[in-house]
Design a binder for this molecule. Structure first.
Ligand code: URA
Length: 209
């Protein structure tokens, strides 16, 4: 089964409180999401493999470590996922960025892919799929389907806030995808919003309604 990791670092939790606050305006909301994405990227990369190399310091030749594993790909689910990309790139500037766009079919209510653009070497990369909110899990499941159907074999899912329903659904559909979150909230309401949540992440990031 996939593992669920809650990043309880005090800075992440502090900033998340202001992200949730209805009084936080677009500019500050965007900055805070960016900062939390950086902090979460720091945590999510903790297990990255290292290898030994040699480096010549001004004093002498010595052994030292560099990253050894696969290269990274970051994939935001459009549109709210975009708000987390720059924060991750601050720590991993060489990562390639793909995009997956999904809309909800008004008849079936199921997510339908309308845009996918990924790095060419999909199978060679470790992917971090990002969306601030894991609500029903429908979009995350479809986005993972989309990545896997194009050859991705290593995917982590990272979000700010998850509902138990979404975690359960994503775990069932993709047992190989670990889930990284800043907070696990209570539930979904009748409109599909996470409670207490933060409202509509896309609208709050982009100042739309
Ligand atoms: N998407 C959001 O932006 N907010 C929610 O609460 C649920 C899904």
């Amino acid at each position: 089964m996939p593992k669920v990791f809650v990043f309880d670092h005090p800075l992440i939790q502090h900033k998340l409180t202001y992200i949730r606050d209805v009084k936080t305006g677009t500019k500050e909301f965007r900055e805070l999401v960016d900062e939390v994405a950086t902090l979460m990227a720091f945590e999510i990369t903790r297990e990255m493999p290292l290898e030994e190399t040699e480096v010549e310091t001004p004093v002498q030749l010595t052994k030292s470590k560099i990253l050894a594993g696969k290269k990274l790909g970051i994939v935001p689910i459009l549109r709210a996922g975009i708000g987390m990309v720059d924060g991750i790139l601050k720590l991993i500037p060489a990562a390639k960025v793909g995009h997956i766009g999904l809309y909800r079919d008004p008849q079936t209510l199921k997510p339908v892919e309308y845009y996918v653009k990924l790095p060419a070497d999909v199978a060679e990369r470790d992917f971090i799929l990002v969306d601030p909110m894991l609500a029903t899990g429908g979009s995350a499941i479809e986005a993972v389907n989309s990545l896997k159907s194009r050859g991705a074999t290593s995917i982590k899912f990272m979000c700010l806030i998850a509902a138990p329903e979404g975690v359960e659904a994503l775990q069932q559909a993709h047992p190989d995808v670990d889930i990284y979150i800043a907070a696990l909230d209570e539930k979904l309401n009748d409109h599909g919003y996470i409670v207490p949540g933060l409202g509509d992440a896309g609208d709050r990031l982009f100042g739309t309604k």
